[in-house]
Design a protein around this ligand. Sequence first.
Ligand code: GFB
Length: 313
Amino acid sequence: MTKAAKIFVAGHRGLVGSALVRRLRDGGYDNIVTRTRAELDLLNQSAVHSFMQAERPDYIFMAAARVGGILANNTRRADFLYENLVIATHIVHAAYAAGNRRMLFLGSSCIYPRECPQPMREEYLLTGPLEHTNEPYAIAKIAGVKLCEAYNDQYGTQFVSAMPTNLYGPNDNFDLESSHVLPALMRKIDAAKTNGDREVVIWGSGTPRREFLHVDDLADGCVFLMESGCKKGIYNIGAGTDVTIRELAELIADIVGYTGEFVYDAGKPDGTPRKLLDVSRMSDLGWRAKNSLRDGIAQTYAWYRRELRDQTG
Ligand code: GFB
């Protein structure tokens, strides 16, 4: 990837897209193309084609998606399936039609089977049934991965897929209904400390295990993949270790300085029991995540307090 290359980051306002733009700028890539949703509706096929024909980016980072935590995935099932399918097909086909050859497609570790052997290797894709709560999102992301593979096979494109584990960091969604667990617990625990509450409610049993990666590490891994000239395939990007939701809550409480109790809401779903990625494909290439979970959460908490707490807390 030359420094002068024209790079389209789809979804640049989101958690992943904004981290990609930061990482690319830090790396000396200045020719970055972005579009807000108002400027380019990715659900509009002809708008996506016109944009791609006009801009003809050399590289694309496909980070645009409808995303959310377990409850949003489970209740807005149609939106998650429809929008993610449509966005992926529009971008992949329009990129190919405009002569683009290099794309990195962002998937998710929820594409692997619910009862997948742990840690999950890339070749376990489509070897068993999916977790019900996020099946629509996973199906759409699997379709995106398969689109990349099929266009590579038939048309000679070089579309690579990155499978991130559960992410967190600046510009995350902190809405308590639709967010992922880490920002939700950060907000709830921070509010409890501020208000002097003695209890924080955790959804589910607290026993599911999740692997959390700071989004700056993900962005670094994605740029590394593009720079290293990978032409096809799936690459898991994770931290390599996981924690229970209870351990995550305790770690956040320690960083925030909350000393109250946790109570568990059995009326909310646990989701998949464990999701830990096997990251040996990336480590064989020489890449590994840099941020520890404690440091990453502390940095994100500082960001949350600075940028969001006054508006949301
Ligand atoms: O992060 P999360 O929403 O997504 O939830 P998934 C992870 C675990 O944390 C679940 C529990 O067991 C939740 O029940 N949890 C506890 C909470 N308290 C809370 C809370 O206040 N908010 C939330 N959101 N969870 C998503 C998928 O699954 O992960 C997506 O639905 C995607 O498709 C994403 O793959 C990375 O890890 O369960």
